[in-house]
Design a protein around this ligand. Structure first.
Ligand SMILES: *Cc1c(COP(=O)(O)O)cnc(C)c1O
Length: 477
């Protein structure tokens, strides 16, 4: 071995020396001794690897062999290990229902309900009035019936699960008639034909991609038919020469032939979004119930703005069969979700309150003028924090509902457009993701675009901090 390498190996501080330094002693006070010693050992090990990998003494010039320096690295290691993998982030993309970012943030009362139920025991499956065993569905059944006009209701893990469960319970081994225009794929893995196959129901496709008539359904119905099904084409629109059968007509046919109609609404809204200025064709759950659908399924965390859940409402006789199916146990909703769902639904008792409290609805209905004001404020804060490290301007643009909801509906907004000097937009975007509070932004033409519509109120300062992390002043890089 070369002399310089042997010398360097001798200079690597021991675990005892690292832990004996000022930072090392603090580490031992704040964490278990074993954790601190483990991190110190890993730090010394890494120094050793670097010394062994060096091909010349110059390669070692950047290494810090002091016990204090190694303790600082060890502390950074311990902190990184303690940092949660799943953590809060800021959505500056302008996509309101961003599935990769967790879809709907919860309303304050829903957050409080989760915290309260999480911290102790609860009456999850206990009837407090009688002391007897109760049903976990009871906590949301009454309010779901009240809000949608249905006879019965339940909630499961998510809407994909709700559809699978409904088809398994109602149509296993028999045919379900669906229009070819509604055999959709949602968000990658949810494909109507594949879910149908998993459930054991047999898909009976009718009509064509763009046109399906009532007579197509009529011809397909025979003694092997279990149900008629309608699927909301959540994330796409067929425009032009097209025709589909209204739910009410399918219900009428079902009544004549003694068949239930199942509808997968996907998003499912409880308020009339058109009243709040959204050019929305999103059907309301209560309209499907009123039209006579036997079972209606929808998501808890899309336009409803609650936790991830699959909600099933409809006729009692059908829901009783669904609730008894063994898959219901496998797909059951957990208590934290239930707490959040109940609190979210309660807000809908007053629709105007829902619009104010539920972040998803508030963001979707935020007027363009409000986005413009917030954008100008954020741009001014960023410009003064970053100085000549970036050019900051505001520009008109559009936000999106996302989550397979409201396709083709562009929400006018004002964006902050940032052109970094000396670094590419892609480099800065990556650094924003690595900030202590990660910020997710859009990139367009080497500019970073921030949409205030999805940035939470009060999160602006954290956005500025993330930019200071991504574009630090000279010398502190
Ligand atoms: C989103 C969607 C689903 C899946 O719902 P998840 O809650 O994501 O499981 C199913 N069907 C339709 C029509 C949808 O839009």
């Amino acid at each position: 071995m070369e002399d310089w390498r042997r010398e360097a190996l001798r200079n690597i501080p021991s675990v005892t020396a690292i832990l004996g330094s000022e930072i090392g002693e603090r580490l031992i006070r704040e964490y278990f001794h074993a954790t601190a010693a483990g991190a110190a050992g890993e730090t010394a090990g890494e120094l050793r690897r670097k010394v062994m990998a060096a091909s010349a003494p110059e390669d070692l010039s950047g290494l810090d062999f002091s016990a204090e320096g190694a303790a600082r690295s060890a502390a950074a290691r311990v902190e990184a290990q303690g940092r949660p993998s799943l953590r809060r982030a800021i959505n500056a993309t302008g996509v309101v229902l961003h599935t990769n970012l967790g879809r709907s943030p919860l309303a304050g009362p829903a957050v409080d309900a989760v915290a309260s139920v999480a911290a102790g025991y609860s009456n999850l499956e206990l009837d407090l009035a009688t002391g007897e065993r109760g049903s976990r569905y009871s906590h949301v059944e009454e309010i779901l019936c009240r809000l949608t006009g249905s006879e019965s209701a339940m909630a499961v893990n998510n809407n994909a699960g709700a559809v699978l469960l409904v088809l398994s319970a109602i149509a296993r081994g028999r045919e379900v008639v669906v229009s070819r225009g509604e055999l959709v794929e949602i968000g990658g893995a949810f494909r109507v034909p594949e879910v149908m196959e998993q459930s054991g129901a047999i898909l009976r496709e009718v009509g064509t991609t763009n046109k399906t008539r009532l007579s197509d359904y009529e011809r397909a119905v025979d003694e092997n038919t279990a149900a008629l099904m309608k699927v909301h084409t959540s994330n796409y629109r067929i425009v032009g020469f097209s025709e589909s059968v209204p739910l009410a007509d399918l219900v009428e046919l079902g009544r004549e032939r003694g068949l239930p109609v199942i509808e997968d609404l996907g998003s499912g809204v409880l308020v009339d979004l058109a009243r709040y200025g959204l050019a929305s064709e999103e059907p309301r759950v209560q309209d499907s119930v009123a039209a006579g659908a036997g079972l209606v399924t929808f998501s808890g965390d899309k336009l409803l703005g609650g936790p991830q859940a699959g909600i099933i409402v409809g006729k009692k006789a059908l829901l009783d069969r669904v609730k008894k199916h063994p898959l219901a146990r496998a797909l059951r909703i957990d208590k934290l979700t239930l707490a959040a769902l109940e609190a979210t639904l309660k807000l809908y008792l007053d629709p105007d309150k829902a619009l104010i409290w539920i972040p998803t609805l508030r963001m979707l209905t935020a007027p363009a003028s409000e986005c413009a004001v917030r954008s100008r404020h954020l741009a001014a804060d960023l410009a003064s924090a970053l100085g000549d490290r970036a050019r900051v301007e505001v520009t008109e643009g559009f936000s999106q509902a996302g989550g397979g909801s409201l396709p083709g509906v562009d929400l006018p907004t004002t964006l902050v457009a940032l052109s970094p000097s000396g670094k590419s937009a892609a480099q800065v975007e990556a650094a924003l993701r690595g900030a202590p509070m990660p910020v997710l932004a859009r990139i367009q033409k080497d500019q970073i675009l921030l949409d205030p519509r999805t940035i939470g109120e009060g999160e602006e300062d954290l956005v500025v901090e993330a930019f200071l992390h991504a574009l630090p002043p000279d010398g502190s890089d």
